[in-house]
Design a protein around this ligand. Sequence first.
Ligand SMILES: CC(=O)SCCNC(=O)CCNC(=O)[C@H](O)C(C)(C)COP(=O)(O)OP(=O)(O)OC[C@H]1O[C@@H](n2cnc3c(N)ncnc32)[C@H](O)[C@@H]1OP(=O)(O)O
Ligand SMILES: CC(=O)C(=O)O
Ligand SMILES: [Mg+2]
Length: 358
Amino acid sequence: MRSAKDFFRPLAVGAPEPLREIPARPSRAIHFFDPSNEKMAAKVPQLVGKVDVLLGNLEDAVKADRKEAARAGLVEIAKANEFGPTQLWTRVNSLDSPWVLDDLTTLVSEIGDKLDVIMVPKVEGADDIHYVDRLLAQLEAKAGLDRPLLVHAILETARGVANVEEICGASPRMQGLSLGPADLAADRRMKTTRVGGGHPGYLVREDPVRDSDGSDQQRSTYQQDLWHYTIARMVDACAMHGMYPYYGPFGDIADTLACEDQFRNAFLLGCVGAWSLHPSQIEIARKVFSPSVEDVAHARRVVAAMGDGTGAVMLDGKMEDDASLKQCLVMVRLAEELAAIDPELKAAYAEVPDGIDA
Ligand SMILES: CC(=O)SCCNC(=O)CCNC(=O)[C@H](O)C(C)(C)COP(=O)(O)OP(=O)(O)OC[C@H]1O[C@@H](n2cnc3c(N)ncnc32)[C@H](O)[C@@H]1OP(=O)(O)O
Ligand SMILES: CC(=O)C(=O)O
Ligand SMILES: [Mg+2]
């Protein structure tokens, strides 16, 4: 077992020092593209500055005979573009695949200075992260990188979910977690065939109500969220370890309304972003994972009303105190982070006064 004192020492001679804190960078949409798909790759330069994260996907959804083309395509795209405020991430192939070693070796040595985060699929425990951690340190040292690459794990097996806390605590590189609902459903033997989202059969029904004539009234049903348990576990594990949780993919591209609902549930529960698989989902994620102007206005009013941050006050008939202030500060800080990279939001949030009369 490593000592706590060793945790922030590089794992290879010459590798950059690990970060002590994961920077809170806006990442409302992690936009997936297949770098071997010419049409998608051609759209990447137009998306720079319009999406928080561009992710070159090398794993599932890239055909086996296109794996090398995807890897080479990502190297080409990274070298040919400046990404400004947009982060560049990749999803490498799974650790048991024949491609992942070349993915990591090539990407770190060729474009390690451009990449921000490496997403690792099907992470099952701390040992998977330890393997990637040491290998990245060796590759970073060899490439002469001056900042460490961060690691993001997808939770998509039952074992991964069972080990979520140890995965998050396995390395100071750990940036975040995403839900992998498709593989997770298969691994758990859930009886669904979708990529994320709900299911009409997963519901509760209200109790029977009998009319005075003895006939049964129509009983309402309420669809439940299949993913609530897993997302809640991810949120707690991430908060505990100073990392960021994300809803994963929503595969029904045409159902923009349900996509928005699913993303919003995740936002309200503590997630900072979701994946976009198609350009049409970028705006949904941007909207959902940016606090509303009204919420920011309310949060600022509470901050102003709470003065030194202690005690209790009444605002609009409701009690506010140290704890509700902390929630409001989460909202205000997120608004500030987003305003720093999003001029439209900056203008919208600026219209909201700081004072208690908003
Ligand atoms: C369970 C998981 O692992 S989820 C993560 C893995 N899956 C993915 O990454 C999927 C990524 N997305 C896709 O492959 C595609 O968006 C699909 C297959 C879902 C739909 O593709 P299409 O049928 O081509 O969609 P559509 O016809 O609406 O595309 C419109 C345009 O947007 C482009 N486009 C589609 N998706 C993307 C994308 N993710 N990024 C950039 N451009 C895209 C298309 O190439 C097309 O371009 P064109 O106007 O020049 O012809
Ligand atoms: C996101 C992903 O990889 C999955 O749902 O399987
Ligand atoms: Mg998967």
